[in-house]
Design a protein around this ligand. Structure first.
Ligand code: ATP
Ligand code: MG
Length: 358
């Protein structure tokens, strides 16, 4: 069998990042040899502690190593200083820019026992990650009625088209996985969200470009809907089971992603990936959780699922499926759950239970 070696950058960052990223490495090392896949690792620095030590939150060495040597990476979390700190800005935001990781992908999936909804939730939010209000072009000026502040909301055809194309690809991949595991009843679907009833030019361009991208021949098997973002919030919280893939401009995607995470129980369960052309960084959705750091009680599942998600984007679907299955089995049995899930298991005990199942 052909074998492939993937070089993975490990960036634990701050707080519980240092406890969950080692779990991510362990699960990669535990994948069965029969997959023909092996890994090499390189430890990399970023975060607030790194900033305090070196004056740079994202050392150039970290960026260079990722660019030159790595196929993918795992990013833990970074704490944000509580008071504005001169010279500090978020290293993950910078990394997304430097590596052109233009998509933030966030699957939200319920497992029996982890949600208050009767029907299973299994959706993915695909958030555009480079523009919209996040171009951060703001200004404040004085008028005779006091200060006025403005921000630029920039939407381009190029960014809207490539994010919609990625959403279509993800919908097709999910359909393949459902087919191969004998699940029926859900067709591949992408819902485009926007607010073009108010923002007819910016969101209007996002909407029409996404529609066009998803009308390409390769997406013949994907049904396409659209929904105004406020009405989507309502439906997401009443009938989350009806969604498959949601594609959104940056700001709506940010808000929807955090909201959707609340549907399935704990922040400690929800993974994400930052994806560009041929590169992916897996990143748990939670932050550095200083309130529980150093106690070996952080839920490692968001990270383990982020590892699987990274593997999906590196075209290692089989390896990803094994990790998802082992995690789901752990949650379904419910014997080794971390405190955020109402259990008493330590981080390392949850990891060991999941490794046993692989
Ligand atoms: P940051 O500024 O880094 O985002 P935060 O204080 O906002 O830090 P989060 O990491 O965002 O903390 O977490 C919010 C809450 O969810 C905290 O109470 C935290 O303990 C809890 N939490 C987050 N991640 C996990 C996890 N993996 N396991 C258990 N609890 C978690
Ligand atoms: Mg937080």
């Amino acid at each position: 069998m052909a074998s492939r070696t993937l070089r993975i950058g490990l960036i634990p960052g701050d707080g519980i990042g240092r406890e969950v990223i080692p779990a991510g490495r362990r699960i990669l090392e535990a994948l069965p040899k029969s997959l023909g896949l092996s890994f090499s690792f390189v430890d990399l620095e970023a975060g607030f502690e790194t900033f305090q030590k070196t004056g740079a939150a994202l050392p150039e060495k970290t960026v260079d190593t990722l660019k030159q040597e790595c196929d993918g990476a795992l990013f833990g979390a970074v704490s944000s200083p509580t008071t504005p700190t001169k010279g500090y800005s978020s290293p993950i935001v910078a990394l997304r820019k430097r590596l052109d990781l233009y998509a933030n992908v966030r699957p939200v999936k319920s497992v029996k026992n982890t949600t208050m909804f009767p029907d299973p939730i299994d959706l993915v939010i695909v958030r555009e990650n480079t523009e919209d209000l996040y171009v951060k072009e703001e200004k404040t000026y004085d008028t005779e009625n006091g200060k006025v502040a403005e921000a630029i909301k920039r939407i381009s055809e190029r960014a809207s088209s490539r994010i919609a194309t990625m959403a279509g690809d993800i919908a097709l991949r999910r359909q393949r996985v459902r087919d191969s595991t004998g699940q029926t009843g859900k067709s591949a679907n992408v819902t485009i969200t926007h607010k073009s009833n108010v923002l007819s030019q910016t969101d209007g361009l996002f909407r029409s470009t996404a529609r066009e991208a998803l009308a390409q021949a390769q997406f013949k098997g994907v049904t396409v809907d659209e929904q105004i973002v406020d009405s989507m919030v309502y439906k997401l919280f009443r009938q989350p089971e009806t969604y498959d893939v949601i594609v959104a401009p940056n700001l709506y995607g940010d808000i929807l992603s955090d909201g959707a995470a609340a549907l399935v129980g704990s922040l400690g369960l929800v993974p994400s990936a930052n994806v560009g052309e041929g590169f992916a960084i897996g990143e748990p959705c939670h932050g550095s959780a200083p309130d529980i750091q150093g106690q070996n009680i952080a839920n490692p599942i968001a990270t383990l699922r982020s590892v699987a998600l990274m593997l999906e984007f590196l075209n290692e679907e089989k390896a990803a499926a094994l990790i998802y299955k082992a995690v789901d089995a752990n949650l379904e049995e419910g014997k080794y759950l971390s405190p955020d899930m109402g259990g008493q298991a330590k981080t390392t005990e949850v990891v060991e239970d999941i490794l046993r199942r692989m």
